[in-house]
Design a binder for this molecule. Structure first.
Ligand SMILES: [Zn+2]
Length: 373
């Protein structure tokens, strides 16, 4: 049965949906607890861009020395997302997950679980095209919006207006679009390279060396990689040992999906359920959520508010972006222009071949539509 859009939109202002239960006081392993040293609550309405790994104009670093933000892209994929959540729970700490829309639709319970365990969830496009700069602007915008709509639908509640470009391939016109939609983009400071490192031991060493070199920062992992799931407990223990502090990001307000896309995805989901005899294909089950992460803590870490001023960004053709533009209920803008060219740096790091290798575990849209949600 298709759920009415109103059921979803009525949740949009639910503050509870983005208030993590931080459980530091009731942490299951206080001796090992890395915890959360502070929360940064980000007002995204100016469409800020955070992180070092970009050539575009960005916000200044918001982290202090030895402060670390943990981020996980490309999931959810239960067989790796689940142990990653368990490791984060074990160390009583929190992360941000940039989910791919197709993955979220395939594993909606996993998205719900990530949120239930108190983490922040944003989006990472609908189907993870390797480089949005190679797409028309209209297609890129559709990827962004459809990804968010899918993650929101899978979550059953609003998600953070936090976006990460696949391959970190951003562009001025796409940022202008995000600015108008009140979405923050996050690039990274530290690339763990877990897409290419199969050995957990090597991943631990490299990641820790990079974190030390940069004195903390926003770290990029992928929750679709076995090596990441295996390495994470040691990385968290090493961060604790090294005196690093985990900073949690959360949004001041949530993302508002375009109703037309929500309706489209709901219809697709209903069709798939119907095809499967009215029963969605069983999704992996989860062990009970550790009480330590679900109980509201009395000792929530200090919250720092961050509300960057809008930057002057322009669409293709030079039209200035307006940060306060009203949200339209129609499909995204359809300006057709050649995409900006990637830098040689990006080309080197994110070759198409590497992407295909990395992505061969991701279910195709066909698999999703055939009833796996
Ligand atoms: Zn990715």
């Amino acid at each position: 049965m298709t759920r009415p859009i109103v059921a979803l939109t009525s949740l949009l202002l639910s503050a509870a949906a983005i208030s993590p239960a931080l459980g530091a006081k009731t942490c299951a392993h206080p001796d090992k607890a890395l915890g959360v040293s502070r929360i940064i609550e980000i007002d995204t309405k100016s469409g800020p861009l955070f992180g070092e790994f970009t050539k575009l104009e960005k916000e200044p670093r918001f982290l202090g020395p030895k402060e670390v933000v943990l981020t996980f892209d490309d999931g959810p994929l239960p067989r790796y997302t689940k142990p990653i959540l368990d490791a984060l729970d074990q160390f009583c700490t929190k992360a941000t997950f940039f989910n791919v829309g197709e993955m979220a639709m395939a594993y909606p319970n996993m998205v719900k679980e990530v949120i239930a365990r108190g983490h922040t969830v944003g989006a990472h496009t609908w189907s993870h095209p390797m480089n949005l700069r190679h797409e028309s602007l209209a297609k890129a915008e559709d990827q962004i919006e459809r990804g968010f709509a899918a993650v929101t639908l899978a979550a059953g509640q609003p998600v953070a207006p936090f976006f990460r470009f696949p391959g970190l391939s951003d562009s001025g016109p796409m940022l202008a679009y995000l600015q108008e939609r009140g979405i923050a983009a996050f690039t990274v400071d530290i690339i763990s390279n877990d897409s290419y490192i199969g050995s957990p031991q090597r991943l631990i060493q490299r990641t820790m060396a990079q974190i030390a070199h940069r004195n903390g920062g926003i770290v990029l992992f992928h929750d679709i990689k076995a090596s990441t799931a295996k390495a994470l407990p040691t990385i968290l223990a090493d961060l604790k040992k090294g005196g690093y502090k985990i900073v949690m990001l959360r949004p001041k307000s949530t993302y508002t999906p375009l109703p037309v896309l929500t309706a489209e995805l709901e219809a697709k989901r209903a069709k798939a359920e119907e095809k499967g005899g009215g029963k969605p294909k069983p999704v992996p089950t989860f062990t009970s959520i550790a009480p330590s992460t679900l109980e509201a803590a009395n000792s929530e870490p200090a919250v720092t508010e961050l509300a960057p001023e809008p930057r002057e960004r322009t669409h293709v053709g030079g039209t200035p972006a307006t940060a306060t533009a009203p949200v339209t209920a129609t499909a995204p803008v359809t300006t057709e222009e050649p995409a900006a060219q990637p830098t040689t740096h990006h080309k080197r790091r994110y070759s198409r071949r590497a992407h295909v290798t990395k992505y061969n575990t991701v279910p195709s849209l066909g698999a999703i539509v055939s009833g796996s949600f």
